[in-house]
Design a protein around this ligand. Structure first.
Ligand code: DC
Length: 224
């Protein structure tokens, strides 16, 4: 039997996480923040002194991570060894580390089953880079959420400032551009829209407008 799956892929700062959370809540589906898994791995690599070009070491680390996904609408954190990492994952250093470990094919393979196992009843909404193309190619609904790099950088800037971090606008834009290129041009599972994805540009839209649009698509697919 196939569990219903909605995938929301796109570049950093397009609003995937917020939209995915809203849609998961409305459909009463589980939520998979796949970027958080790569962030946890990136953070663990830094803490354990494993170099980003040590493909074997990173794959072994990926296979050893004890991650759990509490299925509770109010708690969307992924736990490492039972501990929520929350804000520890939300900074530029960890984002950059996540993007670097994510180019490793063995890492992606190690994390694939873990992500697929999250597709359980009553359904799953997941956001990431390759969920519609690689992880859930048979998803019921695939969204590719995009926005101009300037708009995404501004959103990320406000988010980080809001969480009390001291960051520079220009540095955020530069980091985002570098990360975009790395994510879009890597050999394995690059960031591209699935051929059957609905592409939404959120540059000029509010979160509420995007959520409404995705809700409409969910209805059209009889997911609501
Ligand atoms: O969505 P995010 O910004 O939390 O993701 C951090 C990095 O993780 C992103 O730059 C690339 C990587 N990633 C990936 O390669 N595949 C995914 N499905 C999700 C994230």
């Amino acid at each position: 039997m196939n569990t219903s799956v909605v995938t929301i892929d796109g570049p950093s700062g397009a609003g995937k996480g917020t939209v995915a959370r809203n849609i998961a809540y409305e459909l009463d589906f589980h939520l998979l923040d796949s970027g958080a898994i790569y962030r946890i791995l990136g953070l663990a690599a830094i803490e354990q002194g494993i170099a980003f070009d040590d493909f074997g070491g990173l794959a072994a680390l990926a296979n050893s991570l004890e991650l759990s996904f509490p299925y509770d609408k109010k708690h969307t954190d992924i736990l490492l060894d039972g501990v929520p990492l929350g804000q520890k994952l939300r900074n530029q250093v960890v984002a950059d580390a996540a993007s670097k470990v994510a180019v490793n094919p063995s890492v992606r393979k190690a994390l694939m089953d873990l992500q697929r196992r999250q597709a359980i009843e009553p359904g799953l909404v997941g956001d990431g880079r390759d969920l519609g193309t690689i992880v859930f190619p048979n998803a019921d609904l695939k969204i590719f959420l995009d926005a101009s790099v300037e708009v995404r950088a501004e959103r990320r800037y406000l988010e980080l400032i809001d969480s009390g971090q001291i960051v520079e606008r220009s540095a955020i834009l530069r980091d985002l551009e570098i990360r975009d290129i790395r994510d879009r041009t890597r050999e394995v599972a690059p960031l591209v829209p699935a051929h059957d994805a609905y592409v939404i540009d959120s540059s000029e839209k509010t979160v509420a407008e995007v959520v409404m649009e995705v809700r409409g698509l969910c209805k059209a697919k009889c997911l609501v």
